[in-house]
Design a protein around this ligand. Structure first.
Ligand SMILES: [Zn+2]
Length: 146
């Protein structure tokens, strides 16, 4: 399975952090698998003034291209990627999906950590989140330096 970004849909936007008013940058896009829409990700990069600079990545799987009425099968995973004591590279931890996003048909069922661990798409989620970590310029720069 070859993962790619969509040809033209990647977007970024800057927000203000809820906890400390520092900038928070978000990137989002479709991920294509073998040329067909496969998932959507949202990556929020936090520049907290008094906590670790981390990234929260949500990935949504389901049917794409059929309109909101066909989104009944959407399911969302989430992870936090950030520094871990005793490790030189950032580590990913499963978290409840979509915490920074309203409930709705796009995200569908937001899995918490326990539900995600049981879900058959868990490995697909790690593949997509690894792809985002390595290839999204905002996320990569945020976690690994420019
Ligand atoms: Zn903050």
């Amino acid at each position: 399975m070859l993962l790619t970004f969509s040809p033209d849909a990647r977007q970024t936007r800057e927000f203000t952090c809820d906890c400390c008013n520092a900038p928070k940058e978000r990137a989002w896009d479709f991920i294509y698998a073998d040329g067909a829409p496969y998932a959507v990700y949202f990556a929020d990069c936090y520049h907290h003034t008094d906590r670790d600079h981390d990234a929260w990545i949500d990935v949504i799987f389901g049917t794409w291209g059929a309109g909101p009425d066909e989104w009944a099968d959407h399911v969302a995973f989430g992870c936090r990627v950030g520094p871990v004591q005793g490790q030189t590279s950032p580590a990913s931890t499963l978290v409840t999906a979509g915490l920074a996003h309203p409930d709705g048909p796009l995200f569908g069922r937001k899995l918490d950590r326990e539900a995600a661990l049981q879900h058959p798409l868990l490995n697909d989620f790690w593949k997509v989140s690894d792809f985002v970590l390595e290839n999204d310029p905002l996320v990569r720069g945020h976690l690994y330096g420019h």
